[in-house]
Design a protein around this ligand. Sequence first.
Ligand SMILES: *Cc1c(COP(=O)(O)O)cnc(C)c1O
Length: 404
Amino acid sequence: MSKFSDLTRLPDARGHFGPYGGRFVSETLSFALEDLEKTYMSLRNDPDFQAEFDRDLAHYVGRPSPLYHAERWSRQLGGAQIWLKREDLNHTGAHKVNNTIGQALLAKRSGKPRVIAETGAGQHGVATATVAARLGLKCEVYMGAEDIKRQKLNVYRMRLLGANVISVESGTRTLKDAMNEALRDWVTNVDDTFYIIGTVAGPHPYPLLVRDFNAVVGREAREQSLKQIGRLPDTLIACVGGGSNALGLFYPFVEDEDVHMIGVEAGGDGIETGRHAAPLSANAPQGVLHGNRTYLMSDEGGQVSSTHSISAGLDYPGVGPEHALWKDVGRVEYVAANDKEVLEAFRELTHVEGIMPALEPAHALAHAKVLAPTMRPDQHIIVNLSGRGDKDILTVAKIDGMDF
Ligand SMILES: *Cc1c(COP(=O)(O)O)cnc(C)c1O
């Protein structure tokens, strides 16, 4: 028995992770969410459903993803051995497809011909448009007008895949506004529409099912580390936006008390400047956003604050409710890496290992860079390399003064 065994039995029947999570929505959505919960709970341990999911992960996504020993980088840092869980090698280039495959299968089983999604940087939109194309589902993706301007390539990718991208003009015209609009669409069209949420946030049962679909990452990493390292790792590190890649890696290790887990949030210009997206490390107040209670960056009047990060995928003022609980009970340590450190880590991994990470996991790498030299060479760190960097080349080029 581990003192953390209770954490594997959550959430409760109403979707609470301790005081967090829940289902703060209108009555219409409440019914739709109860339906979804019933469908999911009946399929969660259904061997046919799991077999179909596993088959898709193997033959469409390309799983298992390798656990790669970054030997040269480890030697250069002069401390612990660093291993990279290569989610960047998945079809569509990130961990997000694990979850969209799972939810698309749920949409199919529910007989819903139309799927909707929200997206910030466009990665979740692309992953959703991809699985919708494959299953022949109609797909509409809500995206803030500001993000559409910043992420033209992904917008075009979604259109090529057959999705309709809807520009959101409300609020700050970014991810949180896109999520509001998607929820509004769902209320109107619940009968024929399945809402595919991209991270471990939203109302119950989304945080639970998104975590379950991503937990394949941690199950593989556990098995691979026993085989390749000969034991469990000392430390796991993952970046945290909404928190799905981190929970996916961490969850299967939650009862292994000796495995230290670190979630790295977007420090932006630095926590002290207020220009960041790190609600947990900054000890933000608690509040309700998108149907769940969590740590939420907001001002004294309760208005949700605007956030800042070099990486659009981490630019979210809230965080999944299960992370909020894990912070409170001390199971996971939450820290932040700022934009400058992130760029350094991005360049360093590219140069030393020939692997170009997305700017999101470059946050996790930035922390590994600080931590590894304080550890011994016979200790082991696994970093979740949640996605590849191709999508971020233009962002980095602009910083370098290149003009395309
Ligand atoms: C979207 C994204 C993230 C952030 O989302 P989480 O739910 O926190 O995992 C991290 N890495 C990549 C590559 C992403 O595309």
